[in-house]
Design a protein around this ligand. Sequence first.
Ligand SMILES: Nc1ncnc2c1ncn2[C@@H]1O[C@H](COP(=O)(O)OP(=O)(O)O)[C@@H](O)[C@H]1O
Ligand SMILES: [Mg+2]
Length: 249
Amino acid sequence: MTTTANPTTSPAAQPPAVVLELDNVRREFDDGHVLALRGVSMKIHDGEFVAIMGASGSGKSTMLSLLGALDVPSSGAISFRGQNVAELTDLATFRAHNIGFVFQAFHLMPTLNAIENVQVPMFEMPWTVRERQRRARELLEAVGMSHRLDHMPTKLSGGERQRVAIARSLANEPSILLADEPTGNLDSRSAAQIMDLLHTVHAEKKNTIVLVTHDPAVASHADRIVTMKDGLILSDERTHRKSSEKSVS
Ligand SMILES: Nc1ncnc2c1ncn2[C@@H]1O[C@H](COP(=O)(O)OP(=O)(O)O)[C@@H](O)[C@H]1O
Ligand SMILES: [Mg+2]
């Protein structure tokens, strides 16, 4: 008897692995006077594209910094593929190998040109100069910047700077890409182009993307939208875009 299984359902019944998990994470500042996160628990799966939304001050950037091991919780635990991040001895190396960051203000090195900026994270890897240059050139080609390799950041538009920053974030082929308001400094046309680029990256690399935004149009690109309020998760929903492709679990 032939099967009537939904062809969009993955043949492998295994759900994607949990790549990042927050377990009752709190983050306080100023000796406990500011409660940026008040006990947040969440699992992020391999290959998910998650948008984090919420008003200014709701804890989005704090959460992203913790997910990327740029910061540590006041209490609670964060794990990466089942390993408690607090037990890692060298967070800088961990970040360099596993996580790419994209920021609203680009954070390019002003004294380095585009191809040099893309190579900055590669110094953590055992690659030769020639290899670094080749990889940086390929990454800049992939983000549509092959005609701007030698340009300094000040000679680039906002959208172009963010393309360079995205190329840099992919330098070491991280499995996780964290982006904090990546379109926040861009006009709507450049913002749409950057979102298209992030989509292409996600489709090609099959990496996990967590993107902070307060723009619903930007968030609508994600598979899942987590909304924060006052340091807590207010809602956590699958978006319509991918819901039809999800298997029932
Ligand atoms: N380094 C810090 N020192 C003191 N307070 C901070 C610090 N970082 C964030 N906060 C506070 O924590 C809360 C959450 O901030 P943040 O995560 O940046 O929010 P969002 O990114 O959603 O705008 C805010 O009240 C903010 O002022
Ligand atoms: Mg923020």
